[in-house]
Design a protein around this ligand. Structure first.
Ligand code: WTA
Length: 657
């Protein structure tokens, strides 16, 4: 084991682009030069060449009220038109937009012309249901074509979508519906997962029935239900409508109206350091510019020949930017898949790559590490020769996984782009550019052209080579978040206060610069965990734990995990009055693990719950999670001198063993 770790840290191989790749690469080194010479002119040029502006912008950036940026503000465009109609008008209507693969093996290929018609109908339907420009629509759907149709239809009429990952609980869904005051929920009866139908509509019913003491009334007027799982669902007459029945009654004529560049496009909730998820707000012109730019250059997209596949769910930012907006704005042909990678067997993803001849593939390190465990025979039994570029996102990729990804999936030939970004950045910020950058396994490497990133000390000073610090973004960028829905102060305090004097955006990630000045991500520096590339907040899970009648107090840490990067480990104190009901720690752990899954969603289910008598606290009462992490990771417990009671860690460590 020690050997391998040593090996990883000393992975010194470097991978320059092949001559063949370089010769056909979309990205050229002059992009960096152009952006360095005049960053704003660079973005203005990208925006006008990548998008169709109904009214061209004359102003690139308005930064007069930082940190609330306005990009291309006097221009007007329709985001859905950019992703659909214009490709049809350009003669590419017959090009496949989506190759959709259902988990049970059913599939549909949908051309740009067909997708445009579907979205037009859906836009008419939304309008008929009273959805207007600026209204919020919650989308709680599996990975089926209707999910993309719904998002684009909302965008087309200038409404604002809030996609909620189908794995989130009724409670989480309701919190997001309430925060955004959504008028409509678009869901499905259920979707296929792990060989069976996972119901969704019942969670919507439950969410809308939750009564926190002020009555069950909500902002929701209608629930539009796509039939997918075929499972029985309850029906609230007047409120609930079947998608297929309603869509059959509307016209497929719809003219997309332009909206100002800063018109809101979507809200996406992400975990923060407090219990309440933040509704990250993105707008239209700047977001779409950077989505299209990064998708084209980072993935070396040749839209007329490539088949692109991002395995992300639309419930996450990767699904927004690199399943929906980037690829479709660029007129790409892409695969979307409904189910899990191991259904019906462990090679399902590789079967899909073989079937559709996927050439560009984008996935998360957790998945790669999972495949490594299953063994190389599984991918090697498939024909993966169509692949010519691989991407990684969501968490640091360890060099060992990087090398495996390249050797086993990429035939030791394809470039790998390790892309660093966040829900808040809207698009990729740090990544190699294929055909240009010499690749370094484990490092996200360099800021993209037009993006200004630095690694700084707590005081905001640039760190030197081979030093670590905090990752900041030093200049505004087109796809930056425009705020937190309904909470501008929190937007400022979370991201902009730390380095207020410098005007830097603080990403919450630690990072190191190497001797070449290239960037290595080291993980979060706040109380946010990254489990399988999904952000979870310790505070949110702690508050779910204490909402259970057994729990008096809880502390949650992210402990390193071989497959998922980090795993949720909880320490709980049982209420004195409940001790008699909690005699078996195993039963308590099971009960509480399930409770968290039910409150937040299965992704938040702790790997372990330890029952303890005390938590390590400083004299001012702050829980020292660092020490709990030592215990959770089986390490010698670190410095305990600031604890109010220095003996407590001894007791906890013994209890855990
Ligand atoms: C982490 C996902 C290392 C990071 C796109 C960031 C990464 C958080 C990488 C954002 C990467 C994302 N290397 N860490 N290539 N990509 N992260 O909002 O901690 O779900 O702050 O966006 O994931 O997670 P989010």
């Amino acid at each position: 084991m020690a050997d391998t770790i040593d090996n990883l840290l000393h992975e010194a191989r470097r991978f320059p682009p092949s001559d063949e790749f370089r010769a056909n690469a979309i990205a050229t080194p002059d992009l960096y030069d152009a952006a360095r010479t005049d960053r704003l002119a660079f973005w203005a040029k990208q925006s006008s060449s990548l998008l169709h502006w109904s009214k061209p912008f004359t102003q690139t950036l308005d930064w007069s009220n930082p940190p609330f940026a306005k990009w291309f503000a006097d221009g007007e465009l329709n985001v859905a038109y950019n992703c659909l109609d214009r490709h049809v008008l350009a003669g590419n209507g017959d090009r496949v937009a989506l190759h959709w693969e259902g988990e049970p093996g059913d599939s549909r290929s949908i051309t740009y012309a067909e997708l445009t018609d579907e979205v037009k109908k859906a836009a008419n339907l939304l309008t008929a249901l009273g959805v207007e420009s600026g209204d919020r629509v919650a989308i709680y759907l599996p990975m089926i074509p209707e999910a993309i149709v719904a998002m684009l239809a909302v965008a087309r009429i200038g409404a604002v979508h809030s996609v909620v990952f189908g794995g989130f609980s009724a409670e989480s869904l309701r919190a997001r519906i309430d925060d955004a005051e959504a008028k409509l929920v678009i869901t499905a009866d259920g979707g296929w997962r792990k060989g069976k139908v996972a119901p969704l509509k019942p969670a919507v019913d439950e969410a809308l029935a939750i009564d926190h003491g002020d009555g069950p009334a909500t902002s929701v007027e209608h629930v539009l239900v796509v039939r997918r799982g075929g499972n029985d669902v309850e029906w609230t007459t007047g409120r609930d409508l079947w998608w297929h029945e309603e869509i059959a009654q509307v016209s497929d004529e719809h003219t997309a109206k332009p909206f100002p560049a800063e018109h809101p496009l979507f809200i996406l909730y992400t975990s923060g350091t407090t219990g309440k998820p933040k509704g990250i707000l993105h707008t239209s012109g700047g977001y779409l510019t950077q989505a299209a730019f990064t998708h084209k250059y980072v993935f070396d997209l040749h839209a007329d020949t490539d088949v692109y596949w991002s395995t992300a769910d639309i419930g996450w930012i990767t699904g927004h930017t690199y399943v929906v907006y980037g690829p479709l704005a660029n007129g790409a042909t892409e695969v979307i898949y409904e189910g899990t990678p191991e259904t019906p067997g462990p090679g399902r993803w590789w079967d899909i790559i073989e079937k559709y001849k996927v050439s560009l593939f984008y996935a998360a390190p957790t998945a790669i590490r999972g495949f490594m465990k299953q063994g190389r025979q599984i991918p090697q039994a498939r024909d993966l020769t169509s692949l010519r570029l691989l991407g990684s996102v969501g968490e640091p990729i360890n060099p060992e996984a990087w090398i495996w990804y390249r050797e086993i999936i990429g035939r030791d030939a394809t470039p790998i782009v390790d892309t660093w970004w966040q829900t808040e950045t809207g698009a990729i910020m740090v990544s190699a550019l294929p055909g240009i950058t010499t690749l370094k396994p484990g490092s996200a490497q360099v800021p993209l052209p037009g993006v200004s990133v630095d690694i700084v000390t707590d005081a905001g000073e640039s760190v030197g080579p081979d030093e670590g610090g905090l990752l900041v973004i030093t200049e505004p960028w087109p796809s930056m978040a425009r705020g937190i829905w309904g909470d501008p102060d929190r937007f400022i305090s979370t991201y902009w206060e730390q380095f207020a004097d410098k005007g830097f955006y603080f990403a919450g990630d630690g990072a190191r610069k190497d001797k070449d000045g290239e960037i290595w991500l080291l993980g979060r520096v706040d109380d946010v965990m990254n489990v399988s590339g999904h952000r979870l907040s310790t505070a949110e899970i702690e508050s779910a734990l204490v909402s259970h009648p057994l729990t008096a107090e809880a502390a949650v840490v992210g402990a390193s995990d071989e497959t998922t990067g980090q795993a949720v480990v909880a320490f709980v104190i049982i209420k004195d009055s409940q001790r008699a009901n909690a005699t078996s720690p195993d039963d308590v752990a099971l009960e509480l693990r399930n409770h968290v899954a039910q409150q937040i969603g299965p992704i938040a289910r702790p790997r372990q719950v330890y029952v303890v008598n005390e938590l390590p606290k400083t004299r001012s009462g702050k829980i020292m999670r660092r020490l709990l992490r030592d215990v959770a990771e089986g390490r010698e417990v670190g410095d305990t001198t600031t604890l109010a009671d220095t003996a407590v860690m001894q007791v906890i460590a013994t209890a855990v063993k």
